[in-house]
Design a binder for this molecule. Structure first.
Ligand code: HEC
Ligand code: HEC
Ligand code: HEC
Ligand code: HEC
Length: 291
């Protein structure tokens, strides 16, 4: 994916220089800490200094390794250089079985990037299930199985067990395998798909913002432009749609990664992290839904 980060180091630098020196020190420190995934709940390593978050106290200081590996990745996985085992494709209950009388789009079985998210968030396997663990000669295609690599987890959060599985009755991060109470995923965009791919398709259904598309490496990719990025180019702050097969026709699908980018810290302390678009005023919802 082509990513352009908004807020370049240069611009931040200029902003900081305009402030009094005393503020400069604290602000610069704060910004350094808020710079990326290291300052999120997706830093599961011992390098995450914050108490109260799910992380290992012994096992690895690496951050990316819980999801990616530079070598030996699972190429059947629907996420890049993926380093963990995935759940069963048919092991989930989807929004389709609610039989909502207003739904227009086809709902596919769980797949695409959503399956990668659920490899931790459904709570069925340890989060330290890692195919290529850090260090030399640590390759194991099973990732250690459902109980993972036997890293030591900080269980005082009450939201993770000693194996590293998400647990807890009131744990909103534990989506489980019953996805009927979650926003539909694997759902065709546009209320039944766009009318055409070229030019960027108008929606069958006026209830949706029309998506953009482009061909990259002969693959058709889709997204919805948001005010956070440059119109007509796909960026991290755009709502990404994932190409899937809807009954013989490839089309745009809404997945976990449409609303969330798993690397990005919260814009404000009160916001849930990883949202591609701030949801103030329900801006995220309104980037797709015309309501
Ligand atoms: C909690 C899991 C997780 C962790 C940890 C993680 N990633 Fe990712 N990453 C993903 C997923 C899932 C995708 C696919 C996202 C998508 O399809 O939009 C991805 C996509 C990417 C991509 C390609 C798309 C993009 O956004 O640029 C790059 C590059 C990447 N990750 C780098 C990293 C690096 C470097 C680290 C460590 C500093 C890291 N990731 C840590 C889950 C993770
Ligand atoms: C390696 C395991 C793992 C993977 C893979 C993973 N997550 Fe997470 N995620 C976690 C953990 C652990 C937490 C923190 C849960 C807690 O502390 O209660 C979390 C928290 C979150 C949160 C809440 C953040 C907040 O500020 O409260 C969101 C949103 C989220 N994940 C989305 C995703 C999405 C979307 C994907 C796929 C693109 C994904 N995750 C993949 C482990 C994972
Ligand atoms: C249509 C957009 C959308 C999709 C698709 C979506 N999410 Fe979310 N998700 C959100 C929003 C918005 C929030 C923040 C809600 C809030 O502020 O309480 C959120 C919150 C979360 C949280 C944090 C819950 C909490 O209160 O701590 C997790 C974890 C999460 N999502 C994971 C996922 C996973 C995994 C998927 C795919 C199975 C997914 N999301 C699909 C929009 C979405
Ligand atoms: C990535 C685009 C996208 C985003 C962002 C998004 N949605 Fe959706 N949403 C869809 C699609 C597509 C459907 C399926 C509609 C259909 O086919 O009729 C849907 C379905 C729904 C439904 C179920 C409709 C039914 O008929 O059962 C509700 C309710 C909903 N969305 C609310 C929200 C809310 C609230 C938010 C913000 C937290 C949100 N959506 C964000 C694309 C999106």
């Amino acid at each position: 994916m082509r990513i352009t980060r908004t807020g370049s180091a240069f611009r931040r630098c200029v902003q900081v220089m305009a402030l009094p020196a005393i503020l400069l020190v604290s602000l610069a420190a704060g910004q350094a800490a808020a710079a990326g995934i290291a300052d999120t709940r997706h830093n599961l390593s011992t390098s995450n200094p914050r108490a109260g978050e799910n992380r290992v106290t012994a096992g690895t200081e690496d951050i990316c390794v819980f999801c990616h590996t530079p070598h030996g990745a699972d190429i059947t996985a629907p996420a890049p250089l993926w380093n963990k085992n995935l759940g069963s494709l048919t092991g989930y209950q989807t929004y389709a079985s609610l039989n909502s009388s207003t739904i227009d789009g086809t709902i596919l079985t769980v797949g695409s990037v959503s399956l990668a998210c659920l490899s931790c968030h459904d709570g069925t396997q340890a989060m330290d299930n890692i195919i290529n663990a850090p260090g030399s000669g640590q390759f194991d295609t099973t990732g250690g199985g459902a109980t993972g690599r036997a890293y030591t987890w900080d269980t005082t959060t009450g939201r993770v067990d000693a194996d590293g599985k998400l647990i807890g009755a009131n744990n909103a991060a534990l989506l489980g395998t019953d996805l009927r109470n979650d926003h539909p995923i694997g759902i065709q965009y546009c209320g039944g798909g766009p009318n055409a791919t070229t030019p960027a398709g108008a929606c069958r259904d006026i209830d949706f913002v029309a998506p953009q598309n482009a061909t990259i490496n002969t693959n058709l990719v889709w997204w919805v432009d948001t005010p956070g990025g440059t119109a007509g180019t796909r960026q991290r702050t755009d709502v990404v749609l994932y190409t899937r097969d809807f009954g013989g026709t490839n089309g745009p699908s809404v997945e976990c990664g449409s609303c969330h980018d798993p690397h990005v810290p919260a814009a404000t302390p009160t916001q849930v992290a990883f949202l591609r678009v701030s949801n103030t005023g329900s801006a995220l919802c309104l980037s797709c839904h015309v309501k």
